[in-house]
Design a binder for this molecule. Structure first.
Ligand code: C2E
Ligand code: CA
Ligand code: CA
Length: 711
């Protein structure tokens, strides 16, 4: 087997010998007696060396200097370094970690721990390398997200007092450009914009493109920005030779506080850019307090969402759908409302977009599906005639590999015929990632679900793809075409879409129908169904029960027997970004306090005094906990016992655990064998704790990413 190569740097021969003894079975060891020799070896073998174990105090050139030089050299900066020093020395540890070392070990070496750490670091780096092969975005030649953030971080850490501004640019209606001119044409536009941005950001030469049409760049700080400053290059953007105005929106974020996480800075610049969207007389927007307010509102939503589910604050309303010919109720859409004890009723527009961003939507949607099934069961048991209920399926649900299993399980739990639940999937989901989405939707349809394409007409490209889509019903929002002058004429868009649908054998539901005239026109165009305030507003369970009672009892046909697929594994829900919890388990308060301080602002921290309490918390919150800091010696249930429970329960077995005890090597080894991921010993240094936790978390994320990709 090919052995990886490690460079060991130490001025004391016996240390090098010790490393050789510990590592020789697994690695080839190159040796250097001082920093200078090390750099020579490194620069000749950059690609061949998997990691460096670096002594700090050495003659000729010390470890710090090696670290700084490595960091400045692109090829060397990606090689993981473990710094070693004699005895506990926090200053040295902090300084070397801040210079880019990944980890720190104390001499004399503890063989197993060194092997474990080294192995982990190499694995982490190599997996990361697979995912980040390139630092440049192929289309524009700008940095990709990861490298942009790295470059910005280096710039901010260079110790200079200079101020910078972060600019974010988005392209208006980029999907439309892509659709009209093809991906190739779209790419050319992106390339063109990239070059203009690069010229504008030439001072530091740090520009990147993240998602499809989002660009970022660094400008020297300016107190004042004016339209005149943006006009020339916005004109340049428009110089691209296509038959369409290319408009961009711009946001600026002043980097006044360099300790704000880079990702948050980019988010803020993006928020500012979004504020500038569609505003053609204002050429830019600077991140300010109104955005902050919006963020605070978002924060309110995010920090209250779980409680809201737990306390049943979400209610499902039903809005009936009518047959235009008979004017009978033939179905209903389930629409969620948040009834907050202080704020009153909150409408979906205020929270759904946030939940879609933070992932909570999958939880909420399942809650809504379950409530709809439960309500259907209650009506059926009471002998009340029921109609099919359409539930909304967000695109995040479709990316959730457990979605189909969970949905079937819910439906099965209440014994609801599959044909009683229809699925509404927004058109833009189909256009965003057709292949993946379409295959999931096709599966759902093959299972027997009726699929309704929601908000038809809001996207761009579905018209030509419609024939190949797994769809049964088009939902057409009157709101989207209200401005059309010919709305109500059969020659207008509406008439066209309805005839297209007929031709494709699809039925059409017009929604947002508010007037008698619309009803008459829709009927004349042979539209099948309508939903809207004209007939009924969304209503709560009691009111909708009354509507159902007025229906004649219909024969229940099409009963479909369904069984949950026993092979489908049930796993915890995906975690939303903003509710990542670090669980700290320690019986000594001061330890808990110090450990907590390392994560302030970045994670939510839960503290427990013993294994028992921690386990109780984990049982209820396993899906939120992203990492556990665990003391080994505690009363009631000690760290080993808890660790054993964590690793043997499917809900918790994949949560990273870092041991915080200062036991002897045997304790550490025992815990590692039981599945702990790393160690931190006392006295605790927040920076080091953070670093270790980030390493461990990154490893898990990569693992998950790999698993996802493997599917
Ligand atoms: P949607 O799925 O297109 O739902 C139709 C929206 O139009 C509903 O707004 C409904 O109350 C409103 N509406 C119905 N009739 C009329 C009318 O005649 N005129 C006007 N102007 N509006 C009418 P709502 O309930 O506020 O929901 C807004 C959006 O939030 C929904 O749009 C849907 O995208 C999302 N949503 C609501 N509930 C859920 C849910 O449980 N899960 C998911 N993923 N999304 C949901
Ligand atoms: Ca809908
Ligand atoms: Ca809709």
């Amino acid at each position: 087997m090919h052995k990886r190569c490690i460079l060991a740097v130490d001025d004391e021969l016996e240390n090098l010998q010790m490393l050789q003894d510990i590592l020789k079975d697994e690695y080839v060891i190159l040796k250097a007696a001082n920093g200078k020799e090390a750099l020579t070896i490194l620069s000749n073998n950059a690609d061949g060396i998997s990691a460096v174990i670096l002594d700090i105090e050495m003659p000729v050139m010390d470890g710090y200097e090696v670290l700084s030089t490595m960091r400045k050299t692109k090829k060397l900066s990606v090689i993981p370094v473990i710094v070693s020093s004699r005895g506990e020395c926090d200053k040295a540890e902090i300084r070397s970690l801040s210079l880019g070392a990944q980890d720190f070990v104390v001499k004399p070496y503890k063989a197993d721990i060194l092997r474990h750490r080294l192995g982990n670091l190499i694995k982490l780096r190599e997996t990361a390398a697979i995912f980040n092969k390139t630092e440049r975005d192929e289309v524009t030649g700008l940095y990709n997200k990861q490298f942009f953030m790295q470059k910005l971080s280096e710039l901010l850490n260079n110790g200079e007092s200079e101020q910078y501004d972060l600019i974010c640019i988005g392209v208006e209606q980029f999907k439309l450009i892509n659709d009209t001119y093809g991906v190739c044409g779209g790419d050319k536009v992106l390339h063109h914009i990239g070059r203009i941005l690069q010229a504008a950001c030439s001072r530091y030469n740090i520009c990147g493109r993240f998602e499809a049409d989002k660009f970022y760049g660094i400008l020297p700080h300016s107190e004042i920005y004016t339209n005149e400053m943006f006009l020339p290059w916005k004109k340049k953007v428009n110089c691209f030779p296509i038959d369409m105005d290319i408009k961009v929106h711009c946001g600026i974020y002043y980097i006044h506080n360099k300790t704000v996480p880079i990702e948050a800075m980019c988010d803020r610049a993006l928020l500012a850019a979004d504020k500038n969207r569609g505003k053609y007389d204002e050429l830019f927007y600077i991140y300010d307090d109104s955005i902050r307010k919006k963020l605070l509102e978002e924060q309110f939503i995010t920090s209250n969402m779980q409680t809201a589910i737990d306390q049943n604050q979400f209610q499902v309303y039903y809005q009936p759908k009518y047959d235009l010919e008979t004017e009978k109720v033939i179905g209903a859409e389930a629409l969620v409302r948040w009834i907050h004890p202080e704020k009153g009723i909150i409408f979906p527009a205020d929270f759904i977009p946030i939940f879609e961003k933070n992932g909570f939507i999958t939880k909420l949607d399942e809650y809504v599906w379950e409530t709809a099934c439960k309500d259907l069961r209650t009506w059926m048991d009471a002998g009340i005639p029921v109609v099919a209920i359409s539930v909304n399926v967000s695109r995040a649900d479709l990316y959730n590999p457990k979605m189909i299993g969970n949905l079937l399980q819910i439906i099965n739990k209440y014994g609801i015929p599959l044909s009683y639940i229809h699925l509404e999937i927004t058109e833009s989901a189909y256009t965003e990632n057709p292949k993946q989405i379409v295959s999931v939707v096709r599966k759902l349809r093959d299972l027997g679900f009726l699929i309704e394409m929601d908000d038809f007409g809001s996207g761009y490209s579905s018209l030509n793809m419609l024939a190949d889509m797994p769809v049964d019903v088009l939902k057409l929002d009157m709101g989207f075409i209200r401005s059309e002058t010919q709305v109500l004429s059969s020659k207008g868009i509406l008439g066209f879409v309805i005839s297209l649908a007929k031709w494709l054998n699809l039925s059409v539901v017009a929604e947002g129908v508010e007037t008698k005239e619309q009803i008459v026109a829709l009927r004349s165009m042979q539209c099948n169904y309508a939903q809207g305030y004209y007939y009924a507003k969304p209503m709560n369970y009691e009111s909708f029960s009354k509507v159902l009672k007025t229906l004649l009892i219909r024969e229940r046909k099409n009963l479909v027997e369904i069984h949950a697929n026993p092979k489908m594994e049930i796993q915890p829900d995906p975690v939303s970004v903003k509710e990542k919890v670090i669980l700290i388990v320690d019986d000594i308060e001061i330890n808990r306090v110090i450990l907590t301080s390392s994560f302030a602002g970045k994670y939510q921290v839960e503290k427990k005094e013993n294994g028992q309490e921690a386990w109780e918390y984990l049982e209820n919150n396993y899906d939120k906990v992203v990492g556990i800091l665990l003391d080994l010696f505690m009363p009631i249930m000690d760290g080993y016992q808890l660790l054993e429970k964590i690793r043997s329960d499917w809900r918790t077995k994949n949560i990273p655990v870092i041991i915080t005890s200062s036991g002897d090597t045997n304790c550490e080894l025992k815990a590692l064998e039981m599945g702990a991921d790393d160690f931190i010993s006392k006295p605790y240094m927040p920076y080091i704790i953070q670093q270790r936790m980030e390493n461990v978390l990154a490893r898990y994320e990569l693992k998950q990413l790999k698993q996802k990709n493997a599917h």
